[in-house]
Write a protein that binds this ligand. Structure first.
Ligand SMILES: Cc1cc2nc3c(=O)[nH]c(=O)nc-3n(C[C@H](O)[C@H](O)[C@H](O)COP(=O)(O)OP(=O)(O)OC[C@H]3O[C@@H](n4cnc5c(N)ncnc54)[C@H](O)[C@@H]3O)c2cc1C
Length: 288
């Protein structure tokens, strides 16, 4: 049943500074309301427990895509539609654009933001695996200043983040590289579109012939948090790809991820699919 609207407060500030000062004045009382695509679902279901929100949708300084020689910086309010429309992101970070194009339908893509996807912290979200594989950094801002941290490690447990109540996620930074990378992104759901992931797999690699010189693998829906698979990467890095290595990679992945049975899938299916996607990724980069 829909939440009772008069129980909720939504305030709009006039600037980023005013928003940060509101979050600092009453920590934990106000939470950001960005595109509202996650929050409104909870409201409609009568499950939106928190009552006070500060609208940040109009803060245009958080809706940007800045190209610098070393990085591309994306504002937290950048929508999936904005991501897909950017030519340089499409060229250098295709997995992020693919994740954006496979997130919900057009209405959600016009309204849903990258920052909201990260802080909503669903283990099944589709952008986090791509951001982890691209070794993204995130900026958290408060009235005391800003700090940049690696996105890897931001999610500390189910819906637990390395973020204070007075902080706002403001920007996401993607490191550019001159070295050509191979990118591999697959979202597996019940349908081709408008489905929540059963498994989401994102990986990048740089190879010399069949040898893997650089590798980052991340998965969604297989643990309480979006997961970078460091131990599997370590097992595969520096090695030549052949069937024996693919088998070793599948074993390492099985030890590293912890899928569960739930309403959308089973742990056995999730494990099998994750291993098959790893094998397909390795076969693809070996053949390329
Ligand atoms: C029909 C439908 C389909 C969907 N399909 C997908 C899908 O395929 N894949 C997928 O990953 N997601 C999907 N979603 C989920 C949702 O659209 C995304 O998670 C979206 O990116 C959330 O962004 P938002 O701006 O709407 O967040 P909001 O709903 O505004 O906020 C979500 C959470 O993040 C917090 N927050 C928002 N911005 C900030 C910020 N800058 N700093 C700190 N905290 C912040 C809010 O307080 C809230 O807790 C779907 C949702 C719907 C309704």
């Amino acid at each position: 049943m829909r939440g009772y609207i008069p129980d909720y407060q939504l305030t709009t500030t006039s600037s980023l500074a005013e928003t940060l000062s509101l979050l600092a004045k009453e920590p934990g009382v106000w939470k950001p309301f960005a595109g509202g695509t996650d929050l409104m679902v909870l409201l409609e279901a009568g499950k939106l427990l928190h009552r006070n929100y500060v609208n940040i949708w109009h803060l245009d300084e958080l809706r940007l895509i800045e190209i610098e020689p070393q990085h591309i910086t994306v504002g937290a309010l950048t929508t999936y539609t904005d991501v897909q429309a950017n030519e340089i992101l499409r060229d250098e970070f295709p997995m992020l654009c693919q994740a954006a194009s496979e997130t919900g339908g057009l209405a959600i893509q016009n309204r849903g933001t990258l920052g909201g996807n990260i802080v909503n912290a669903s283990p099944a979200a589709d952008s986090p695996p791509a951001l982890l594989a691209y070794d993204a950094e995130i900026e958290l801002s408060s009235s005391q200043g800003s700090r940049w941290l690696s996105y890897q490690g931001f999610h500390m447990g189910y819906k637990q983040m390395n973020m204070r109540e007075d902080e706002l996620l403001t920007r996401i930074r993607l490191p550019r590289t001159a070295q050509p990378l191979k990118h591999y992104y697959r979202k597996v759901g019940t349908r081709k579109a408008q489905a929540i992931s059963k498994v989401c797999f994102a990986a990048v690699a740089r190879t010399d012939g069949k040898r893997i010189d650089e590798l980052r693998i991340a998965l969604g829906s297989i643990a309480p948090v979006p997961l970078r698979c460091i131990r599997t990467e370590d097992r595969l890095g520096g090695q030549e790809i052949d069937q024996a290595l693919i088998a070793l990679g599948k074993e390492a992945l099985a030890r590293e991820i912890a899928p569960i049975d739930d309403i959308r899938s089973t742990k056995n299916y999730r494990l099998r699919i994750s291993q098959n996607l790893l094998a397909d990724f390795l076969e693809n980069i070996a053949a390329a």
